[in-house]
Design a protein around this ligand. Structure first.
Ligand code: AMP
Length: 223
């Protein structure tokens, strides 16, 4: 039984979805002078949209809400406030996915108030329609059932957090694990498989952080 619904997203899908999103923006006749990527999730889609729409100007804003994969922190914040003047420009704010919508709402309000673009529209690869507090002007995929999309640019971070959560919870019953047992349990919990280097590097990180200890090929959970 999968405990956390996760859907692995490939680089090829990201390119395909970004093409689809670019097409929708072009068909709507929106021609922004600048793209604003929401850090960090919006970086790759924003860069691809620059390419596919022929846009040179790319800036960024860090609006952060989710601190851990599939586990949200209390509220969104703008991390580094700075000022740019967009008074004569049409802008496109880009994120990977709109889930609660809080990060994008916060970024939008900040940009309108502080950067004053002539017009601001929002684009995201995906929009989780039943939970989002906002509908983006442009999206490629509407998601009707919540899952955690494991994007390729956050694979190691997610796998590390997934393993940490799983091992912490499972340690109530089992503290000593062989590598193969960890992998089997990971697949059972999350329903995905990743390349071996991700598991290995994630486990190394958890050892470094003191959550795990490795003794004679056995991983011991230290909580
Ligand atoms: P939110 O403020 O809830 O709309 O989400 C803020 C950011 O967290 C998104 O731009 C993503 O980078 C990440 N995120 C939130 N929900 C998901 C999800 N279901 N799958 C993957 N990433 C997500």
């Amino acid at each position: 039984m999968v405990k956390v619904p996760v859907r692995l997203v490939s680089w090829d899908e990201i390119v395909k979805w970004s093409w689809g999103l670019a097409k929708k923006i072009r068909q709507a006749g929106y021609n922004p002078g600048v793209i604003i990527a929401i850090a960090r999730g919006g970086y790759v889609p924003a860069r691809l949209l620059c390419d596919f729409l022929g846009i040179e100007n790319l800036i960024s804003i860090q609006s952060q809400h989710w601190t851990e994969a599939a586990k949200k922190s209390e509220r969104a914040i703008i991390k580094f406030e700075y000022k740019v003047n967009l008074e004569n420009m049409k802008a496109l704010l880009v994120d990977d996915i709109i889930d609660t919508g809080e990060s994008v709402i916060l970024a939008r309000d900040y940009i309108i108030r502080e950067w004053k673009p002539k017009e601001l529209k929002i684009a995201a690869l995906q929009w989780i329609s039943p939970v989002a507090k906002i509908k983006p002007d442009f999206y490629y995929l509407e998601v009707k059932e919540w899952v955690w999309f494991q994007y390729p640019w956050t694979r190691l971070e997610d796998v590390t957090q997934f393993l940490k959560r799983m091992l912490t919870e499972e340690s109530k019953n089992k503290k000593e694990w062989k590598y193969i047992e960890i992998i089997r349990k990971f697949i059972e919990w999350y329903g995905i498989e990743v390349d071996e280097e991700y598991y290995k590097e994630a486990l190394r990180t958890l050892i470094e952080k003191g959550l795990l200890e490795k003794r004679d090929e056995i991983f011991i959970v230290k909580v």
